[in-house]
Design a protein around this ligand. Sequence first.
Ligand SMILES: [Zn+2]
Length: 262
Amino acid sequence: MSQNFPAEAYAPNGVLWWLLEYAPDTKRRYGAEPKIAAWLHFNKDVGETFTLRELRIAIPTDELANSQEHFNRRLRELRKLGWQFRSSHEDATLRQDEYRLAVKGWHPGDGPRPKTSGKISGALRRRVLERDGHRCVICGVANGEPYPDPPQGTAVMSIGHRIPQEFGGTDDIDNLQVECKRCNEPVREEAGLPETLDEVYAQIKGLKRTEKSTMLQWLRSGRRTRSKLDVLYDRARRLNPAEREQLAARLETATNQQVAEP
Ligand SMILES: [Zn+2]
């Protein structure tokens, strides 16, 4: 490609966007994503391939990405800005470290970076929460409940996309679902050491057949269906405190069991 770049390839101070050290008129370091977007826009045509190595040489910044995984996260952010890439997962002709540019999205020469979150209105959010029972469809935790496993903490609900936005998922109610922050967050490094299949299966094999069957369904569908018990518990939780107390007393009588509050 020619090294004569059009005017939009240059920041207001005359430096190419991908060589810029600080964001225009600030003391903030210029981010890696706009740099990658600018470099790709002006140096690659749709259909051409690129690698992280190539970008590292072209874009002098220590925050570009120190691992392939970190870099994939940057590319996911760019997908929210309209970019589309193919990786070796979708295109068998690509090497594992190679990507093919499929669609160009926003780049700094287009003007300010568009906001990519916060598009879901409060009303839509409430409808999704109501429909899914204020409960994470992935792990089943309800808003305000403590997590049963480490790291401990109280569950906060957020709205996720069934088909992720970077794969063309929309903000239609049918594509939205309640997810707790922990399940919604794709980076789960803080969630402790991942267990091995053997460790997990050691516990799972002791489950009842019906429980195994339920777990199989959850795994296959990628979401936790709510049992009749979950649905009734959610209704019970919405009773006022006095009614909840009466309900607990009735259940104690029915089960002939006393359960103390924690
Ligand atoms: Zn969850």
